[in-house]
Design a protein around this ligand. Structure first.
Ligand SMILES: Nc1nc2c(c(=O)[nH]1)N[C@H]1C(S)=C(S)[C@@H](COP(=O)(O)O)O[C@H]1N2
Ligand SMILES: [Mo]
Length: 252
């Protein structure tokens, strides 16, 4: 089957299964076609799987909304203070000249990029919203380079299904599937509103995932790992969020 007719087939099947025999049948179909999020089968049960499967089948490329410049928030709200670790303070004192982004896992060429290295990649900007699961949000311009280009540079292997990403804050990490990682709006962000990315907003380096809730946009990124399974990481749920009751797939 061509990818298009396979998608149409799956879409029809999922809809029929959900409508006629209920959510459990749709869940079985999603399992059969590998549309299960890492936290599927957890406390969210089949509903969580269906959200993810439906988005992936119906609107896999749907862009996050972009806003006009006039709608950039005058007083954006930063949710976190700067990391207080000595390691971070030391890097900050050096103007982040020694900040490194390690890219490893299922890649042909594991690489460490400095911020200067990252600035050699194509620059893109987007005016998108950070929406926190707690209800507040703000709009800002984010400037950086699409994650896709970095993944291409290191030669991500075809078996890789997820990109896990880690912060200099040890307890902040998350992951996205390859569709999200390759989406043109998924941006390794170095700048905000025409300046460098302020530390309070995740500077010097933040992964912006604007199609999902704010918690997926992890600040102070130091490492990306390509992997075929999220089972190997921590509790195997794809991020720390599901442990706290939040969904791994947090599409908006
Ligand atoms: N490293 C790190 N990344 C993080 C957080 C954090 O506390 N530490 N908070 C997350 C949450 S819950 C949200 S809603 C957004 C908030 O983004 P802001 O600080 O730019 O408002 O950042 C996300 N990324
Ligand atoms: Mo949040």
């Amino acid at each position: 089957m061509s990818p298009m007719s396979r998608r149409r087939f799956l879409r029809a099947g999922l809809a029929a299964a959900a409508g006629v025999t209920g959510i459990a049948a749709a869940d079985r179909l999603a399992h059969r076609y590998g549309l299960i999020p890492p936290d599927g089968g957890g406390i969210y049960g089949p509903g969580e799987t269906l959200n993810y499967a439906a988005q992936r089948l119906l609107t896999p490329h749907a862009p996050a909304r972009e806003f006009p410049r006039s709608m950039i928030s005058k007083t954006p709200f930063a949710n976190a203070v700067a990391p207080q670790s000595d390691a971070f303070k030391h890097l900050q004192a050096g103007g982040f000249a020694d900040w490194k982004l390690a890219v490893d896992g299922m890649v042909a060429r594991p690489t460490e990029f400095s911020l200067a290295d990252l600035k050699h990649f194509p620059v893109r900007s987007q005016i998108t919203e950070v929406a926190c699961e707690e209800g507040w949000s703000y709009i800002a311009e984010w400037i950086g380079t699409p994650l896709q280009g970095i993944l291409h540079e290191v030669g991500v292997m075809p078996q890789a299904r997820y990109i896990a990403y880690f912060s200099i804050y040890p307890d902040w990490w998350d992951s996205i599937d390859m569709g999200e990682a390759a989406h043109p709006q998924t941006l390794l962000t170095l700048g905000m509103n025409d300046g460098d990315l302020p530390v309070s907003f995740g500077g010097p380096l933040r992964l912006r995932v604007p199609r999902q809730l704010g918690y997926k946009s992890v600040k102070y990124i130091t490492r990306l790992t390509a992997t075929d399974s999220m089972k190997k990481f921590d509790k195997g749920l794809g991020s720390a969020a599901p442990e706290g009751g939040y969904a791994w797939w947090a599409g908006i």
